[in-house]
Design a protein around this ligand. Structure first.
Ligand SMILES: Cc1ncc(COP(=O)(O)O)c(C=O)c1O
Length: 491
């Protein structure tokens, strides 16, 4: 039996030691300096319930990051687990290569109804990286098919994370995680992100002017690269990496205009921002823009089984034989004039697929997950409580180490600074100590799962389950306050 912060020992010390020894010998953790565990134990999380997870010693942690931006409905939902088990007994696996199965069909229809505009076609994958990879490949093949074969480049923002497979990595804007894998797939081009706290001086006082400038930089990059070479722009509704950068007012409206002007596709990478993270099924709905493709993963199943995918507009599907002849969907003016782009449905085949995409168990789980969203009005919960979440986190502004609290919905970043007045950030050595040496272990020790990250400037990120309410916001704030105060005293 376990108590909230107790140390009961459900699996016994011998079992724990055995697990640790096996993990040290055989398991390779992702993005983890394995040598840092040479002398110590790896955290082993054994179960979850609601907004909390428990380690192998029975200690409880508030899951302030939904695992990894995944567990929207929280942990331990029997009805979702059972939906997966039922599906596994009925039809555990069949591919979506040339065949369909009922759960994939039902999920595709349900997602089409939830997605904005004419994004009526679901192409499933198993992960976010594969979704991003698929979107780039679709953009390239689409343009070849409609007679614009020179378009292959993709624009994305500095410090943005779009995944780790080689194509997605070329879109990712984090030099540090790309360097070991150079040369990159050609075609990735960077544009500025929307970190208003670090905006250039000439737009530092005016969010709208900043948004206009950042969006126009996309237009300038397209001109510089040659408009006929650019296929797509990949943007998250709120950029995660760097610490939750919401779009400035007018940003996405202007980006949409620019994409239309140059016939470039707008891909909204919603691997984090879909499925309620921002209080809407899709993040683009919150900011009122219409993408040509939405990529998703994570929250679509709340992690009860892996699934990703992309929602594709009828217009993009047209050369592949599935356009909506009646509505035709959103078609950028540039493509609308093209005889093939606007013509009758084509016969091309999208030459792309992965074995486990749209796995029947994952599709069944996704449907059950969406049932929970509806039954419990989780979008309503986020919209009703996001103001309280923000206000609670903003209390931390009185700490000298807190420079900026930013985000939307249930998705927040807290930027840490050395000097609040000048916004001076920490150097690499200080940042290494602060984040990896102190904050990450101390926050975990204090019972909070969150992310302390310095892929941009140092930040702490929070993305709790969508079921959280004031008591959980208070718990996060209290733990952060105590640990950040201690960190400041040691700097
Ligand atoms: C915006 C975005 N795109 C793509 C990915 C890659 O997803 P995955 O880790 O499922 O491959 C992530 C992962 O966090 C992400 O945040």
């Amino acid at each position: 039996m376990s108590t909230p912060h107790g140390t009961s020992n459900p699996s016994g010390e011998a079992a724990q030691r055995h697990l640790q020894a096996s993990a040290h010998r055989h398991l390779w953790l992702h993005f983890t300096r394995m040598s840092s565990y040479a002398e110590g134990d790896m955290p082993v999380i054994v179960r979850g319930s609601g907004q909390y997870v428990y380690d192998d010693r029975g200690k409880r942690y508030l899951d302030g990051l939904s695992g990894l931006f995944v567990s929207q409905i929280g942990h331990g939902r029997r009805e979702v687990a059972e939906a997966g088990a039922r599906q596994a007994s009925e039809l555990a696996y069949f591919p979506l290569w040339s065949y369909a199965h009922p759960r994939a069909i039902e999920l595709a229809e349900r997602l089409a109804a939830l997605a904005p505009g004419h994004l009526n076609r679901a192409f499933f994958t198993t992960s976010g990286s594969e979704a991003v990879e698929s979107a780039w490949k679709l953009a390239k093949q689409y343009f070849k098919t409609i007679g614009q074969p020179s378009r292959y480049k993709v624009l994305s923002r500095e410090i943005a994370y779009h995944g780790t497979s080689m194509g997605a990595l070329a879109i990712t804007g984090l030099p540090g995680i790309k360097e070991p894998f150079e040369p990159m797939v050609p075609g990735g081009v960077r544009v500025p992100n929307t970190n208003f706290y670090r905006a250039p001086d000439f737009v530092a006082d005016d969010r709208e002017a900043f948004g206009r400038w950042a969006a126009d930089e996309i237009g300038r990059a397209i001109e510089r690269e040659g408009p006929d070479s650019v296929a797509a722009v990949f943007l998250e509704p709120v950029q995660n990496s760097g610490g939750c950068f919401p779009p400035p007012p007018g940003y996405f409206a202007r980006v949409r205009e620019i994409c239309d002007k140059y016939g470039v596709l707008l891909v909204s990478d919603e691997v984090i921002c879909a499925f309620g993270r921002l209080g809407y099924y899709f993040g683009s709905q919150r900011y009122g823009y219409q993408p040509d493709i939405i990529t998703f993963a994570k929250g679509v199943t709340s992690g009860y089984s892996p699934l990703g995918g992309m929602m594709v507009s009828d217009a993009l599907m047209e050369p592949f034989g599935g356009g909506d002849a009646a509505g035709r969907g959103y078609l950028s003016p540039r493509h609308a004039g093209h005889p093939e782009g606007a013509g009758p449905s084509g016969t091309a085949t999208f030459l792309h697929g992965v074995t486990f995409a749209g796995h029947p168990v994952s599709a069944a789980v996704a449907l059950a997950n969406l049932d929970v969203f509806e039954k419990e009005d989780l979008l309503g919960n986020v919209r009703a409580n996001e103001g309280a979440f923000r206000a609670t986190l903003e209390k931390l502004n009185d700490l000298p180490i807190v420079g900026d609290v930013r985000g939307d919905g249930y998705f927040y970043g807290i930027e840490l600074v050395k000097d609040k007045a000048t916004r001076e950030t920490f150097n690499d050595e200080e940042s290494e100590w602060l984040l990896r040496g102190f904050l990450s272990p101390a926050l975990f020790e204090a019972g909070l799962v969150c992310r302390a990250d310095d892929r941009g400037d140092p930040v702490i990120q929070l993305a709790p389950p969508l079921t959280c309410t004031q008591e959980h916001f208070d718990e996060m704030e209290q733990i952060l306050r105590a640990v950040l105060t201690e960190a400041w005293s040691q700097i």
